[in-house]
Design a protein around this ligand. Structure first.
Ligand code: ATP
Ligand code: MG
Length: 364
């Protein structure tokens, strides 16, 4: 069997800084757990534009389609603000998502106990929180036609169309049910079936997929506005939440704030299964390139490290090793180590980006 393959695209800003810490973790798995990855590296975003005049070279796209998983740092920065839209750094990431057809965006919101008091919410609301939001990523109101700003009599009208096909809902629902089976076996589907046709179809198809193929999973339905309230009021009632592109965008940002810092949040974007049965996948921290702190050793590498933990779990079938890595993160936080974004409590030990990476490897 060949080694599992991983394409690393560090990108811009703090991307390369946090990725350097992930490389230490990958090195540890190779040396200590005999888990050797076939790692290749390439450029994306502004870095790719500087080298090739395009935010994603065709060769990089081809490689991304071949590997078991892609791990991306961050793209963008003020240096590229004035570029034409067609070559903006973000377009590199959008092209990856589109051509790999990554339709399920997984955003876990997990509150590490050591940070429960740091969260903007109360300890009893967030301590031990571990939920997963599955956001449909390739359809819905962000892509539906017709769209545009049109003239209508003497004023203009802005138009977007929420549109979902049965098969788009079906595949998003399946991703959620599969995930739930590996977690606490519970899915809550959120839409607005009370006021939206797409919501009515969403509810019907999710229920059908459940009844036909996942009757063992506990399924509930909730209107998305109530869902937002419940997420803030009592988030621990949820395990997996599945929702459309727009509601998922909002609800996952809302859930993110339950956990502390943007520097803690990983994500995965999954597509259809490949020949080996595992989904096409791209893993990345939720945060961006953070130009305000780039190059200063201030970036928190945990989001990127936890993104690699997700890759271990969902692309490499190494759930126990993913647990091990998450436990190492929990350990260093319990020991009081904090990058700048997490500082504020008494008695915390400030560490740099590489100090945090070293501590996590030591905890492993
Ligand atoms: P993008 O458009 O790429 O999402 P953004 O400006 O919206 O970029 P970020 O780049 O994520 O968002 O930065 C938002 C804020 O969070 C910045 O002040 C940044 O310094 C901080 N931040 C982001 N990521 C981290 C991190 N890993 N560690 C520490 N602080 C971070
Ligand atoms: Mg942003």
């Amino acid at each position: 069997m060949p080694n599992p393959s991983l394409l690393i695209l560090s990108g811009d800003g703090i991307g390369p800084e946090v990725m350097a810490e992930v490389r230490k973790v990958i090195g540890w798995y190779g040396a200590k757990r005999d888990l050797v990855f076939d790692v290749s590296e390439d450029l994306v975003g502004g870095a790719a534009y500087d080298a090739h005049g395009t935010p994603l070279h065709d060769d990089t796209m081809t490689r991304a389609q071949e590997v078991d998983a892609v791990l991306l740092g961050a793209v963008g920065g003020p240096k590229y603000d004035d570029l034409d839209f067609s070559v903006k750094p973000e377009r590199g990431l959008l092209r990856l998502r589109k051509e790999m057809d990554l339709f399920a965006n997984l955003r876990p919101a997990q509150c590490f106990d050591a940070l429960a008091d740091f969260s903007s919410l109360k300890r009893d609301v967030v301590a031990g929180l571990d939920i997963m939001i599955v956001r449909e990523l390739t359809s819905g109101i962000y892509f539906g036609e017709p769209r545009g700003i049109i003239e209508d009599g003497n004023e203009r009208v802005g138009i977007n169309t929420q549109r979902y096909t049965e098969s788009e809902i079906d595949r998003a629902a399946r991703s959620a049910f599969e995930l739930a089976r590996k977690r606490r076996n519970k899915v809550c589907s959120m839409e607005k079936a009370n006021v939206m046709e797409s919501g009515i179809l969403w509810r019907e198809i999710v229920q059908k997929v459940h009844d036909e193929d996942y009757p063992d999973v506990e399924l509930s339905h909730m209107y998305a506005d109530n869902g937002a309230m419940q997420l803030v009021r009592a988030p621990k009632q949820f395990d997996v939440i599945v929702t459309d592109n727009l509601f998922g965008d909002i609800l996952s940002d809302c859930a993110a704030m339950l956990t502390g810092s943007l520097g803690m949040l990983p994500s995965a974007s999954l597509g259809a299964p490949m020949a080996n049965g595992r989904p096409k996948a791209l893993y990345e921290p939720v945060h961006g390139s953070a130009p305000d702190i780039a190059g200063q050793g201030k970036a928190n590498p945990i989001a990127c490290i936890l993104s690699f933990a997700m890759a271990l779990r969902y692309s490499f079938d190494q759930g126990a090793e993913a647990d091990r890595l998450e436990a190492a993160v929990e350990q260093v936080l319990a020991d009081g180590l904090r990058t700048a974004d997490l500082l504020g409590e008494e008695g915390a030990t400030p560490v740099s980006t590489s100090g945090m990476g070293d501590a996590i490897v030591a905890a492993l």
